[in-house]
Write a protein that binds this ligand. Structure first.
Ligand code: NAD
Length: 367
């Protein structure tokens, strides 16, 4: 298609960055390229009104650069709202490294990435996400101080996943209370999709609290391991979205609630760790509401990890981390009640409160 024959709307849609659907007034997007190490990364800084943009780095073998760009934009925006709704003085950012973490991640590549982070002088603070380990953050820490989630030996807060899982458990309990009138999970069936760092600990909390847990993962070894450890059941059905369970906990990757799945899901509650679970916030959130399925907003209930890394910056102790994480239970209840009262989706109710906090700060700073 030739540019000179496009009308204004078409031009906007064809705009490679500012025209992306996931572009939501991002402040800055940084493309990082290093031939020597093979690094190709994108840092998305969505909003810094409340503070520096903090968010993890994901390493993933994206099918295309467009997919990577779209992912980083969606994820960094999500971080803005996650920190805002949790009451943290942080903005939203995220980074993606294009490549297979198992075969392409090297200390040299991580250090080079760290230098790019350092070049932003603290406007973006990185941490770990899918494809990253605490050890990788320690490597990044060799070249920049703008990194969190480093190991406890190096003065950091270590792996945030157990706290994330605890927060998800709190949000899941609150959503269960909203739907079933009790947060007692005894005998409730829960399907946990993805039993990685977060999913496994969630399985632990659920089984300890009497839930009957089904697990699903693309990694067969992990399934056997987690099944044995927590007496969980491997989901044997054909498709997880047709599973007859009370609660569905997406803990793998995002967008699992989409055109194909949203009408098939039989669970009455959805509460999990994955970021951006709704492929389309407006459409899929609305269908869930119409179907009477209680959806605990992902960015609200998976905030334990960010609370943990924020503690590293603010020098909070463990007690305060737990207190803030347990508060996810109350916030989830509040948001679900607000959504019912104001006849809006839970996702939108949470976004509205988060946006209000950002706007209040912006207005205060302008005065
Ligand atoms: P992880 O990489 O440790 O685990 C993900 C698991 O999902 C792996 O076991 C993987 O095999 C499995 N998986 C991948 N595709 C799958 C599929 N199609 N079906 C079933 N299983 C599949 O990641 P994690 O740290 O446990 O994070 C899980 C999710 O939670 C991610 O979306 C992440 O962004 C989000 N999250 C994590 C944290 C954290 O503290 N780690 C914080 C907030 C949000």
């Amino acid at each position: 298609m030739q540019v000179d024959v496009l009308n204004a709307d078409e031009l906007k849609k064809s705009a490679p960055v500012f025209g992306q659907i996931s572009f939501d007034d991002h402040e800055q997007i940084v493309f990082c390229n290093d031939k020597d190490t093979g690094l190709k990364a994108i840092i998305g800084i969505h909003n810094t009104v409340l503070g520096p943009a903090l968010g993890g780095t994901r390493m993933w073998d994206y099918a295309s650069e467009w997919e990577a760009l779209n992912d980083v934009l969606r994820l960094s925006r999500g971080m803005t709202y996650k920190s805002a709704i949790t009451g943290l003085n942080l903005g939203g950012g995220k980074a993606v490294i294009i490549g297979d973490a198992k075969t392409q991640k090297t200390p040299e590549l991580m250090r080079r990435f760290g230098r790019f982070v350092d070049s932003l002088s603290g406007k973006y603070i990185t941490a770990e996400d899918v494809g990253m380990e605490t050890a990788d953050m320690d490597t990044v820490y060799e070249v920049t101080k703008h990194v969190s989630g480093i190991s406890e030996e190096k003065g950091g807060s270590g792996n945030p996943s157990p706290i994330t899982a605890y927060g998800v458990f709190m949000g899941l309990k609150a959503a269960a209370k909203h739907k079933f009138g009790t947060d007692n999970l005894e005998g409730k069936t829960v399907l946990v999709q993805g039993i990685g760092h977060v999913g496994e600990t969630l399985v632990k909390h659920l089984t300890e609290n009497g839930a009957k847990v089904y697990i699903s993962d693309i990694n067969q070894e992990r399934l056997e391991e987690v099944k044995k450890k927590y007496d969980a059941n491997i989901f044997e059905g054909k498709d997880v979205y047709d599973a007859e369970v009370d609660i569905y906990a997406p803990c793998a990757l995002g967008a699992t609630i989409n055109d194909d799945t949203v009408k098939r899901i039989k669970a009455k509650v959805i509460a999990g760790a994955a970021n951006n679970q709704l492929a389309d916030e407006a459409t899929h959130g609305k269908i869930l509401k119409e179907r009477g399925i209680v959806y605990a907003p992902d960015f609200l209930i998976n905030a334990g990890g960010i609370i943990n890394v924020y503690a590293e910056l603010e020098k909070y102790d463990k007690k305060e981390i737990i207190r803030k994480t347990e508060n996810i239970y109350n916030t989830t209840l509040e948001i679900l009640a607000k959504a019912d009262k104001e006849e809006m989706t839970s996702h939108y109710a949470a976004l509205k409160i988060a946006q209000q906090r950002i706007d209040d700060r912006k207005n205060r700073d302008l005065k």
